[in-house]
Design a protein. Structure first.
Length: 131
């Protein structure tokens, strides 16, 4: 089951779809894999470049970790006005429920200023927990 959430921040729309990956998870060993697909849509009238990401990942066992780095999946894409960029990634949790949120740092390529875009908080939950 796919879940979708989106948010617009500083003229950039972030849309997140998540899915539990049962075939790659091992609940007996507290190993739960969730995949997510993110679409970044530039609603600004100028080109932007994604430079950096910062994630906060929490599970229901009170584990919290942060992940930061350049770009996403090894790329620092440039988006022209109304252009979209999509990528997929995944996250392991030690419990069957968790959440993620964070921010991207972009560069406005018309004036070289930097700005932050919020990644909306989304829940990671195995499907049978919803019944």
């Amino acid at each position: 089951m796919m879940k979708t959430i989106s948010k617009v921040s500083h003229g950039v729309k972030i849309c997140v779809q998540t899915q539990y990956e049962d075939d790659y998870s091992n609940p007996a060993n507290k190993h739960y894999l969730f995949s997510y697909s993110i679409t970044i849509h530039n609603l600004n009238p100028f080109d932007i470049q994604l430079l950096h990401r910062h994630w906060i990942i929490k599970d229901s066992l009170a584990n919290t970790r942060e992940v930061s780095g350049a770009g996403v999946v090894g790329k620092q894409p440039v988006l022209q006005p109304d252009e979209r960029y999509e990528y997929e990634s995944s996250c392991y949790l030690q419990s069957d429920v968790g959440l993620m949120h964070g921010e991207y740092i972009f560069k406005n390529l018309s004036d070289n200023s930097l700005f932050k875009v919020s990644i909306p908080e989304f829940i990671l939950i195995i499907p049978y927990k919803l019944n």
